[in-house]
Write a protein that binds this ligand. Structure first.
Ligand SMILES: Nc1ncnc2c1ncn2[C@@H]1O[C@H](COP(=O)(O)OP(=O)(O)OP(=O)(O)O)[C@@H](O)[C@H]1O
Length: 241
C-alpha cells in the first residue's frame, strides 16, 4: 500500500468553451490533510469537481490508490469511497435531516456509532433531526453537508471551503469536527480561504494559480514563510482570515 492515496497528473479540464485547468499535478498522501489554496478563480473548485467526475478532464490522469479513475462518472467515484462536500453544500432542502443522512449512508441505514459521533460534533442535527434541511440556518446546513460525508467511512474526503460565510463560533465547531475526522486517520483534500483554519488543520499545502499547482509542500513551511506566501498568492495569508 503506497503512502499516496490520490495522484493527479497533467489534468486538463474545460468548462464549456473555456480551458480552466492547464495541467494540474497534485499528490495527496494517505491519512493527511492537504489544503488546496490560491486566489479566487485559480481552479480549486474545478479541481475537486474534476476528481469527483462532475467535470470530466479531457487530458491527464486521476489515480486513486494506484487505480486510474479518470473519466468515471461521479456515482462510480463515490462508490470508490470518495465523498465531496461541495461549496453549495449539496443537501436536499425538502428532505429532513434524517433523510439527508440516510440517503448519504453508503450501506443501508446510518451506523448508530457514527451517528452518535456526528451528534456530538454537531448537536443541532439531533435537535432538528425531523426538521426539513431547507429550514436550517446557513451554519447548520454546512454541518449537515459535512455530516453527509462523515456518515460512512470514506477513503477520501474532498471538502470545498466549508467555512465560507460562517460566523466565527460556527467555524470553531466545524474545525473541531474536522480535527476529529483527521484524528481518525481520514485523508482529506480541502479548499480553504481562511488561512488560520487551513494552517490549523493542514499537514500539506498546494497552491494553485491560473489552473495549475504552482507550489506544494509542508503546510508548516508555507505558514512560516510570509515571503513565499506573498510570492505565491500576492498577499500575506495571515491577512486572509
Ligand atoms: N460555469 C462556468 N463557466 C465558465 N467559467 C467558469 C464556470 N465555472 C467556473 N469558471 C471559471 O473557472 C475558473 C476557475 O474557477 P474555480 O471555481 O475552480 O476557482 P476557485 O479557485 O475555486 O475560485 P474561488 O476561490 O473563487 O471559489 C474561474 O476563472 C471561473 O470564472
Amino acid at each position: 500500500m503506497s503512502d499516496l492515496l490520490l495522484k493527479l497528473r497533467d489534468l486538463h479540464t474545460d468548462i464549456g468553451q473555456y480551458h480552466i485547468l492547464h495541467g494540474v499535478d497534485l499528490e495527496v498522501p494517505r491519512g493527511q490533510v492537504t489544503m488546496l489554496l490560491g486566489r479566487n478563480g485559480a481552479g480549486k473548485t474545478t479541481t475537486l469537481r474534476s476528481i469527483m467526475g462532475i467535470l470530466p478532464p479531457h487530458r491527464g490522469a486521476v489515480t486513486l490508490d494506484g487505480r486510474a479513475v479518470t473519466g468515471l462518472n461521479s456515482a462510480l467515484i463515490a462508490r470508490q469511497g470518495v465523498a465531496l462536500v461541495p461549496e453549495d453544500m449539496g443537501i436536499f432542502a425538502n428532505l429532513t435531516v434524517e433523510e439527508n443522512l440516510t440517503l448519504a449512508s453508503l450501506d443501508g441505514p446510518p451506523d448508530p456509532k457514527r451517528l452518535e459521533r456526528i451528534f456530538t460534533a454537531f448537536p443541532a442535527l439531533r435537535t432538528f433531526w425531523k426538521g426539513r434541511a431547507g429550514t436550517l440556518s446557513g451554519g447548520q446546513k454546512q454541518m449537515l453537508s459535512v455530516a453527509r460525508a462523515m456518515i460512512s467511512e470514506r477513503r477520501l474526503y474532498l471538502i470545498d471551503e466549508p467555512s465560507k460565510g460562517l460566523a466565527p463560533a460556527i467555524v470553531s465547531t466545524l474545525a473541531k469536527a474536522l480535527r476529529e475526522l483527521k484524528s481518525e486517520g481520514a485523508t482529506i483534500l480541502m479548499v480553504e480561504q481562511n488561512f488560520r483554519l487551513a494552517k490549523a488543520l493542514g499537514d500539506r499545502a498546494a497552491v494553485m494559480d491560473n489552473g495549475r499547482v504552482i507550489w506544494s509542500g509542508a503546510m508548516a513551511d508555507l505558514a512560516s514563510a510570509p515571503d513565499l506566501q506573498s510570492r505565491l498568492m500576492g498577499l500575506s495569508l495571515e491577512d486572509h482570515t
